[in-house]
Design a protein around this ligand. Structure first.
Ligand SMILES: [Zn+2]
Length: 492
């Protein structure tokens, strides 16, 4: 038995002005062939596939390429054809008995509005009709018609923060091997819901998501069910099919799969109003954080979450902290390579006067004039320590910590780095010499993922309605291709 594995994952924010090409994928990890084995033991799809394959001595794993890039604008045709072409050639050469793929489900390329559907179409064409193709998806997939047509089974993550990546990797491997051995005959049904969601209430630990996923897991225990999942959608994608989708696969019974997908879908639809986020303005949030009796209070910069494709240089909360007199505050992060260059040129303990942030586009506030002392300089490398991406090595690029002076004798420590990274792990602070637990206020450019690592130390979490490419107010975005009506943009 031979199982082929490949990974190609991107969450595409179609409102972003920057393309995502070869350089972006290579910067975030591009593993070719046996290099994929370096991901053994990590909480990634590949890590799960490798672990599951390790306990099946008579299964030979064929490794192709596994790559992902930070969310951003359209994926270029060049990298798309490079990666998918590698999959196709390996399939034609190796003739695998089954194929497992680690995808995202919200990829849009320059030529393919349903990027993942196009990957699955080309993989299916190369493999032929009988080969099981099982794909792992992010929880934020927008499931297009071609994804449903060409995949045997789609398996989205169950968790947000996404901490079951490796578990789902094991699951796709088992589903594919069982199907290839003839032990099961997977039949998948889906139910699309005309709704998409802002981040916060999709957190697995709160309602209504908690009960919805409890139901999904209960459905998975029913006789004949192989797997069930919910794709919560990626709203910053101007695609006709953007929206939530329930998927259920059974062993040979498509009607049963459809009935269960409809059952879960009906529950989600009936509880949609509970997904509206509770947010504060910048001013409300900073005051609330300053007045809270203990720290750290974590402020989530919802509008500028680079994990959803934004610039990572938004300044709205930085203005608030400096101008309103916040003390013991640390800010993760501002991607501003020009200011990093200035900080490295002047060196540790040097003082600089500069304009910080909001340079990538005009959607993330205005640059802030700061007077600051350089208190830390590093190469920006860190290892994820929290429950998400555990063990994965990453880098902020060269990084400076600037102690910026506020208007009331206060200072704010700002992590200024070269790369766009979602600061979802406390290691982002610690690796830069900042002890997050000693701070009264922490700003993170993240919607939900930060909760895995920060909830254990946070005295309070406040979601802040800031401007940017991941704003939770969808009426700010110029959708033209999205199928309407869609909740909550339209009343249904
Ligand atoms: Zn996601």
């Amino acid at each position: 038995m031979r199982v082929l594995f490949g990974g190609f994952a991107h969450e595409t924010n179609t409102f972003s002005p920057w393309k995502t090409g070869s350089a972006e994928f290579r910067a975030d990890g591009y593993y070719a062939g046996d290099e994929i084995r370096k991901l053994a033991g990590t909480n990634t799809g590949a890590g799960g596939v490798l672990r599951a394959a390790g306990s099946e001595p008579d299964v030979e794993l064929i490794l192709t390429v596994d790559t992902t890039a930070i969310p951003g604008g359209y994926v270029t045709d060049e990298i798309f054809d490079e990666v998918v072409g590698t999959f196709e050639r390996a399939i034609l050469r190796e003739k695998p008995d089954a194929i497992v793929l680690d995808l995202h489900g919200a990829m849009v390329s320059e030529s393919e509005i349903d990027g993942d559907g196009a990957i699955l179409r080309r993989v299916r064409q190369a493999a032929g009709p009988g080969v099981p193709i099982v794909a792992e998806l992010d929880l934020h997939a927008n499931v297009g018609a071609e994804m449903l047509e060409h995949a045997t089974v789609l398996v989205p993550y169950d968790t947000y923060p996404h901490i079951d990546n490796a578990e789902r990797g094991e699951e796709i491997f088992r589903l594919a091997v069982d199907a290839a051995r003839g032990k099961t005959q997977p039949r998948m049904a889906s139910r699309r819901l005309p709704m998409f969601l802002a981040g916060p209430k999709q957190f697995s630990g709160i309602e209504p998501t908690k009960s919805i996923m409890d139901l999904v897991h209960e459905v998975e225990t029913r006789p004949g069910v192989l797997t069930a999942g919910v794709c919560f959608a990626f709203p910053w994608a101007d695609c006709p099919f953007a929206g939530m989708t329930v998927t259920v696969a059974t062993d040979g019974d498509i009607d049963l799969a459809q009935r269960y997908a409809d059952e879960i879908g009906d529950v989600i639809w009936s509880r949609r109003e509970e997904f509206r986020p509770d947010t504060m303005t910048v001013e409300e949030a900073v005051h609330a954080a300053m007045e809270h009796e203990s720290g750290p209070v974590v402020l989530a910069d919802l509008g500028d979450n680079p994990g959803g494709g934004s610039a990572a240089d938004g300044t709205a909360l930085l203005w608030g902290l400096l101008d309103l007199g916040a003390r013991d505050a640390a800010f993760a992060l501002i991607a501003d390579p020009e200011v990093v260059e200035e900080a490295f040129a002047i060196g540790l303990e040097g003082r600089i006067e500069t304009r910080l942030g909001a340079k990538a586009d005009d959607l993330h506030g205005y640059p802030v004039d700061v007077v600051a002392t350089v208190v830390n300089l590093t190469d920006g490398t860190f290892v994820y320590e929290g429950p998400m991406l555990t063990g994965v090595h990453s880098s902020l690029g060269r990084t400076a910590v600037l102690r910026c002076e506020g208007r009331h004798g206060n200072t704010v420590d700002v992590i200024v780095c070269e790369r766009r990274v979602q600061p979802l792990d406390t290691a982002v602070f610690r690796s830069q010499g900042i002890d997050p637990e000693s701070k009264q206020i922490l700003v993170v450019k993240s919607a939900v993922h930060f909760r895995g690592a920060f909830m254990p130390i946070a005295s309070r979490i406040i979601e802040v309605d800031t401007p940017g490419l991941t704003s939770v107010d969808f009426s700010r975005f110029p959708y033209t291709q999205l199928s309407r009506p869609i909740w909550p943009l339209d009343a249904i």
